[in-house]
Design a protein around this ligand. Sequence first.
Ligand SMILES: Nc1ncnc2c1ncn2[C@@H]1O[C@H](COP(=O)(O)OP(=O)(O)OP(=O)(O)O)[C@@H](O)[C@H]1O
Ligand SMILES: C[C@H](N)[C@H](N)CCCCCC(=O)O
Ligand SMILES: [Mg+2]
Length: 209
Amino acid sequence: MLRGVFVTGTDTGVGKTVVSAALCLAWGAAYWKPLQTGAVDGDDDTAAVTHLAALSPEQVFAPGRVYGEPAAPERAATLEGTEVRISSLTPPQTSAPLVVEGAGGLLVPINADETMADLMAALGLPAVVVARSTLGTINHTLLTLEALRSRGLPLLGVVMSGPPSAPNREAIERHGGVRVLAEFPRLDEVTPAEVARLAGLLPDLKVTA
Ligand SMILES: Nc1ncnc2c1ncn2[C@@H]1O[C@H](COP(=O)(O)OP(=O)(O)OP(=O)(O)O)[C@@H](O)[C@H]1O
Ligand SMILES: C[C@H](N)[C@H](N)CCCCCC(=O)O
Ligand SMILES: [Mg+2]
């Protein structure tokens, strides 16, 4: 039984927020974004997931820190004259399973000596890796899986986002020794109804609080 998952990705903008919303819907999970950057550009993944997954107030937690600069948390915090340490972030208490969304990919710096991978380790949640479906994804995905494994971090599986590619899926599963949980097609419009449809593509995993 899983208490939840840590949604990471092969890159920023790869579809982690949309996948997080689908996971919340599929599992009746709560959502938390420990580190949000890019607020000056309107980046607000918590608001996006709340809308897309129609989360109730009990299912959504305020981000741990919010920074204006659209950058890695290390730089965004430094520009505001601060530093964030993983030990200062308090994970929410919830009776529901928890979907935690990282910022960018696995090795994005949080400060001079901690990365998203360290945050994942501290939370003790298995990773869902969101990957593009298109050309170039095999390398990016296998690098992310290798980085997870070299740190002894648990892995639940991969979600591929974009036009379904059977050859890319097969290569990632075979070379990465990983399960592709679902392939999320490109949506014309990212709406709650369409995200509910994507949620239906996810396997029935035993996720509990
Ligand atoms: N399946 C999809 N179909 C169409 N558009 C999508 C899909 N998945 C994501 N998008 C769009 O692509 C953009 C980036 O997706 P998303 O915000 O989920 O990325 P992210 O990995 O969460 O980025 P960040 O690192 O900023 O958190 C958004 O505008 C989102 O609406
Ligand atoms: C601003 C953006 N949307 C994310 N919140 C932060 C992405 C950091 C990526 C850093 C990097 O890998 O180069
Ligand atoms: Mg996001």
